[in-house]
Design a protein around this ligand. Structure first.
Ligand code: ZN
Length: 395
């Protein structure tokens, strides 16, 4: 079975909405992890007492540790790890599974920050960003991960996150579907053995994803951060790759990204197990465009803006979404000459009129970032585009 077959054949039912909590996750996983081939271990408890669990599979020499949802609102890889553990539990006899079992000892920690996941928010219950707690280890979540690492001393690590959807693969690139990083282990960004191996694994992932999302893969910001887990894992001797899921148009629940995570992770694990990753060209990773953060989801260009009794103005208008993945909750961005401003989507609305409605003071155009309803109309006032306002969703 290929890794992409696994993503469909072993998809865990019940995680179709990317917002799910700890109880939901472990309920839907329960029938699958009851298998004898999976060992379940509590590695700690969150601040609010939720069980943080590790799942172990395989008896190989090379040790790999994967952890997801250290940020509570970044659930894509948790869904993927659920599918992967189901494959490990139920894929008996499959050659890929047998190879992984023989070559590797795999430990997965899905949902490291269950209290954050409960409210689908980044930080833990007392407001700490767990990914800035790798050095001080004040949080039970951070300590659980560090103690697990110190006990296992894994050769490889996968640090699994979601990033801002408002990111381009380089200034002129497409919206980033996935970003990768072999984090620096020191200020000098040196390439010792540990980081060199991580870079080759990252390059392997690029080669796996390129046929599907080529042009939408980027390199994450590689500033050394001495408080972050990815960077310190690297420094502690675990070759660590950061995988950040971004956004794909038409994938509001990140189910396509979930499948791409399954593919990327399984292929990377297999390459580690067979050591084929050593033959990968590091340039595949090094030549990736860098993440380029932008402010606008949509720019309307060439239209005539109508507001109140004022004469129509020929200006561009920017929009960002409160939930840029689901594209819900329109907010007013910049207005004016935006011909140099990047956006995920630039819509030519020449010859059309644009109207901005707001809940606030209707005498002047709403403030930047205000919730708005924007309608673009053509002949006979027919609506061509509409961007509605909604308070739902998370940015
Ligand atoms: Zn994150």
């Amino acid at each position: 079975m290929t890794a992409s077959d696994v993503a469909t054949r072993f998809r865990v039912i019940g995680l179709e909405d990317r917002r799910f909590n700890h109880e939901k996750l472990w309920n839907v996983l329960a029938p699958h992890i009851a298998s004898e081939t999976i060992r379940v271990e509590e590695i700690g408890r969150s601040l609010q007492g939720r069980s943080i669990r590790a799942l172990h599979f395989g008896e190989g020499e090379t040790k790999v540790l994967l952890w997801s949802q250290m940020h509570g609102d970044e659930s894509t890889a948790t869904m993927a790890l659920a599918d992967i553990v189901r494959f490990f539990a139920e894929g008996d006899g499959d050659p890929l599974r047998e190879r992984l079992r023989r070559n590797l000892s795999i430990t997965m920690v899905p949902m490291l920050n269950p209290d954050g996941a409960e409210d689908f928010t980044r930080r833990n219950a007392i407001g700490v960003d767990v990914n800035r707690d790798a050095r001080r280890l004040a949080t039970p979540e951070g300590r659980a991960l560090k103690e697990l690492r110190d006990r296992l001393e894994p050769d490889f690590g996968f640090n699994l996150h979601d990033q801002n959807a408002l990111t381009l693969a380089g200034k002129n690139g497409g919206q980033v579907a996935m970003a990768l990083l072999a984090p620096a282990a020191d200020e000098a960004h040196s390439y010792g053995d540990v980081r060199t191996r991580a870079r080759l694994v990252a390059a392997t992932i690029v080669s796996v994803l390129e046929p599907t999302i080529g042009g939408r893969i980027a390199k994450y910001d590689d500033t050394f951060n001495p408080r972050a887990f990815g960077d310190l894992m690297q420094a502690w001797g675990t070759s660590t790759v950061l995988i950040e899921s971004g956004a794909i148009r038409g994938d509001p629940q990140k189910q396509n990204l979930r499948a791409l995570n399954v593919l990327a992770i399984l292929e990377a694990l297999d390459a580690i197990g067979t050591e084929s990753y050593r033959q990968t060209d590091p340039l595949l990773y090094e030549s990736l465009p860098e993440n380029y953060d932008i402010e606008h989801d949509v720019i309307l260009t060439g239209g005539k803006l109508l507001f109140g009794d004022a004469p129509p103005l020929e200006v561009d208008l920017g929009i960002w979404f409160y939930d840029p993945v689901a594209r819900e909750g329109a907010r007013l961005g910049d207005v004016g000459d935006l011909s140099e401003t990047p956006a995920i989507e630039i819509l030519d609305v020449a010859g059309l009129t644009i109207r901005v409605e707001t809940l606030g003071d209707a005498r002047r155009c709403p403030e930047r970032d205000a919730p708005v309803i924007i309608t673009v109309r053509g002949e006979n006032d027919a609506i061509v585009h509409r961007f509605g306002s909604s308070e739902t969703g998370q940015r």
